[in-house]
Design a protein around this ligand. Structure first.
Ligand code: DC
Length: 224
């Protein structure tokens, strides 16, 4: 039986990844969090391609793509991201990566570098991929496209809680400013900006629990 290809796009901290992960388990699909790939490239850049002022040297990064090997490994049913055989799950959630990732992700060369990788993973179907440009650019022929949104205050609350749970120091005001800034960079970039596909189903989950959002998506998908 053919399994669906599902694209989930939307703003930061709308629950895209955790929701996609649960839907993947329920429908026996592979889940790919594409934001983790952009975070992985950013982590590599911060470690290996930095200028003296601490900012990423983009040309140096572009010249070193061939040294970046990103791979998801299935460990106890969790897809864990490895960079050059090193588990970088925790590192990619650090504040340093979060503050730099949108500027790395807006580079056309970075997007091109990751595009084939993402498409190849979807070739066999049976996948739910979450990100910013999945329904518009990466998988324009996806069987289902959803676009998640929620108010900035609700998203701030969620991200703040997530960071505390991960044991990462956080300040709620800074979390909010970072979300606003990332939304702006992600939406205004020239290549593959964050925007809803014309044929996407929009879900505003400000007032919805995670469970309700999952049920809503499953209602659309279950008759595939
Ligand atoms: O979903 P996230 O917060 O982990 O994503 C990190 C950054 O990566 C986000 O600021 C935008 C970028 N991103 C992107 O440009 N395209 C994607 N498909 C996924 C993420």
């Amino acid at each position: 039986m053919k399994k669906p290809v599902i694209a989930i796009d939307g703003f930061s901290s709308t629950g895209k990844s955790s929701i996609s992960k649960i839907i993947a388990q329920k429908l026996d699909l592979v889940h790919l969090d594409t934001g983790a790939l952009y975070r992985g490239v950013t982590w590599f850049a911060l470690q290996n391609c930095c200028k003296e002022d601490g900012n990423v040297d983009l040309d140096d990064l572009f010249n070193n793509f061939h040294h970046i090997h990103l791979e998801f490994k299935n460990i106890e049913n969790e897809l864990v991201l490895f960079l050059n055989e090193i588990n970088i799950t925790k590192e990619i959630r650090s504040n340093q990566v979060t503050e730099n990732v949108s500027n790395v992700a807006k580079q056309a060369k970075v997007r091109e570098f990751l595009l084939d990788h993402q498409r190849k993973l979807a070739e066999k179907g049976g996948i739910i991929m979450d990100g910013r440009d999945i329904g518009t650019v990466v998988l324009p022929d996806a069987d289902f496209k959803f676009f998640l949104t929620a108010s900035i205050d609700e998203r701030t609350k969620r991200r703040y809680q997530e960071l505390l749970t991960l044991g990462i120091d956080a300040n709620e005001d800074q979390v909010k400013q970072n979300l606003i800034e990332r939304d702006k960079i992600d939406s205004e970039r020239e290549v593959a900006p964050l925007k809803q596909a014309d044929d996407a189903i929009v879900i505003d989950n400000t007032e919805m629990t995670k469970k309700e959002t999952i049920e809503k998506i499953l209602n659309y998908v279950e008759n595939f």
